[in-house]
Design a protein around this ligand. Sequence first.
Ligand code: UD1
Ligand code: CA
Length: 467
Amino acid sequence: MSNPAGRAGSGARTCLAIMLAAGEGTRMKSGRPKVLHEVAGRSMLGHALAALRDAGASRVAVVVGPGREDVADETRRFLPDAEVFTQTERLGTAHAALSAATALERAEDDVVIAFADTPLVQAATFERLRASLSEGATVAVLGFEAADPFGYGRLVTDESGLASIREERDASPEERRITLCNAGLMAIRGDRALALLRAVGNRNAKGEYYLTDVVEIARRAGETVSVVTAPEAGVMGINDRAQLAEAERIVQARLRRDAMKAGVTLVAPDTVFFSLDTEVAPDVRVEPYVVFGPGVRIESGAVIHAFSHLEGARVASGASVGPYARLRPGASLGERARVGNFVEVKNAEIGAGAKANHLAYIGDATVGAGANIGAGSITCNYDGFEKHRTEIGKGAFIGTNSSLVAPVAIGEGAYVGSGSVVTDDVPADALALGRGRQAVKQGWAKAFRDKASARKIKEKSKEPVSS
Ligand code: UD1
Ligand code: CA
């Protein structure tokens, strides 16, 4: 999905975007590459790529570390036609950009360089950077006022604008006091990008090729370098887990605001967690402490009661979930269906008006409209090797504490007696009983009590009297 309004902003100019996604991110202390860590249920790389796509980049090149098939796969998931390049050695951001040199050789009007560890940047911000180029700048840098500038490159300005960007480790004490920082994103005129990047050296504290040196090089050549600023909440970079949590906080606040603006009732917004792709219709009510994992769609008028967890699930209008319910991938609740406390539903359709109000597991099943699943009922869907399906017909009644051993089908309108273990199909309108038969012995309890208490009295009378 591209953003036609955004595209109009940069006229008919073409754009090559280079996304830097190599490197493990040592400060994350993780076995997973940094850019695959998630914010609001989506990898940072996925966020960054979606913004580029929405900004209408004509071509996207993604630079990944050697052997990082996982990062390449995630790239293709969001942008199937992105070109993937490998940075064989991690020698810095300019070096990473040059790993896509063959893409840069086919110069586009604009080149945008983006970081996959900067997931909050939105399409409009890329557009503003590109607009600077169409106004005559050779290089446009994205800057922000940092609450805590530690670790960011500082924007060093002079009388004619941005003079250079100084990395934390290379900065003088005065430069470290600068709070205007480099967000990392940069737009460069397409016909200058390759030459500027190739002019970057590695004489600095880290011995890396810094993308940021492009600024000083362009200035020395008498070219215009401009700064576009954005609020920190829209541009922050993620190097460690604390910053990851901060980004999550920012995105969640945005998603909650968007949901409420769209007509969703959040009783305690700060306790509700969304994924970026959560779809909640107007007039849905969400009670406190609800978590929406990826892939959830809730239709109008549904209620999600407190302490429920939903993922990959659809809830039709007027349905009710929870409190304390869990909907796992493939759960689909029909209109006015009810899934109550301590009920788990996975890969199962619950028909319109059907109910599972308490303590049940429904997995790999179809539950017909109006059926009633009693408390403690379980679909036994797994034999240790394979999953099997349970079909429950319309209006069927599954008595409490029943085990439905799949594959098995319960016909329309059938009854399953409480406590049954059902291994054979049940015809429509039949009653299935699969449990031990109850025996009743008249007077047995009274006779037992009389005998037992008589024995106790006899034993007591034999005890020696204590002095
Ligand atoms: C970088 C900027 C800094 C800016 C900050 C904003 C440079 C030299 N520094 O610092 O000015 O304030 O981002 O968040 O550009 N990467 C590669 N290959 C490499 C090195 C990095 O692909 O060889 C990728 C990383 O995966 C990451 C991005 O480039 O997505 C930025 O690298 P990182 O090491 O996080 O740079 P910072 O030190 O944060
Ligand atoms: Ca970073």
